[in-house]
Ligand binder design. Structure first.
Ligand SMILES: CC(=O)SCCNC(=O)CCNC(=O)[C@H](O)C(C)(C)COP(=O)(O)OP(=O)(O)OC[C@H]1O[C@@H](n2cnc3c(N)ncnc32)[C@H](O)[C@@H]1OP(=O)(O)O
Length: 205
């Protein structure tokens, strides 16, 4: 089973490791820095993004491992349009409810938990030891960083970024492109495009 990963960053390294644990036997990277960088750990980088777009048919699965939410989502959509078979990668040591739904191009890292009736769009990241509780709706391109706790019924807008260790009270609406700072405790809705930090979280000055 051949998996192509676009993005040879530290995040890409963890996606590759997660994919291997999930049963992908052959992992190949593409990255625009490939001329000067030929390996991520022992996985080869064989070309740039354009090379992947030319060769999508050669892979059983394709996923984008770029940390920037907008870039990851844009590349994922473009690869879909180019006919790539986008796949989700779920670590076997995560706990994902069979009542949840995770769309293509998303990744769930080791130790993460996704509870019943949670719904995740395309190109989402549920990072190491994060939890997404029941009935959450996360739009395309959301990143839940390591150790984040999202309570039940939370809505995360497109490309919202939940920083490491943040907590979010149940039932809140987090707007598109919002940024939740590391360690924040979110107890009110967050407007689209707003950065909030602190306990309780308030807009960053
Ligand atoms: C596997 C992985 O690595 S996944 C990646 C995980 N990474 C993260 O989760 C990072 C989350 N990012 C953050 O929390 C960032 O600090 C942000 C986005 C909130 C702000 O970043 P920047 O805009 O670069 O802010 P900057 O670092 O310049 O700080 C500006 C001010 O805000 C304060 N501040 C920054 N982040 C926070 C925070 N999380 N909580 C409280 N205060 C903060 C700083 O102390 C600083 O205050 P000062 O002006 O009084 O000195």
């Amino acid at each position: 089973m051949r998996l192509a990963i676009l993005g040879a960053s530290g995040h890409g390294k963890v996606v590759a490791d997660t994919a291997r644990a999930a049963g992908w036997s052959d992992v190949t990277f593409f990255d625009d820095a490939w001329v000067g960088k030929r390996f991520v750990t022992h996985h080869p980088i064989v070309g740039d993004a354009a090379a992947l777009f030319r060769s999508v048919a050669e892979f059983d699965g394709v996923i984008v491992a770029i940390g920037n939410n907008r870039v990851r989502l844009d590349k994922t959509r473009a690869l879909f349009d180019a006919g790539a078979k986008l796949v989700s990668v779920v670590h076997p040591a995560s706990v994902v409810s069979e009542l949840s739904a995770i769309q293509e191009g998303s990744v769930v890292m080791a130790g993460a938990v996704v509870q019943a009736d949670a719904r995740l769009g395309i190109a989402c990241i549920v990072n190491t030891n994060a939890s997404v509780d029941h009935d959450c709706e996360l739009a395309d391109g959301v990143h839940i960083c390591p150790g984040v706790a999202i309570s039940g019924d939370v809505v995360g807008g497109e490309c919202a970024w939940f920083g490491v260790g943040a907590s979010v009270r149940q039932g809140l609406r987090i707007g598109a492109d919002a940024v939740i700072g590391a360690g924040a405790a979110v107890v009110k809705d967050v407007e689209a495009g707003t950065t909030v930090v602190g306990v309780p979280a308030r807009p960053a000055s």
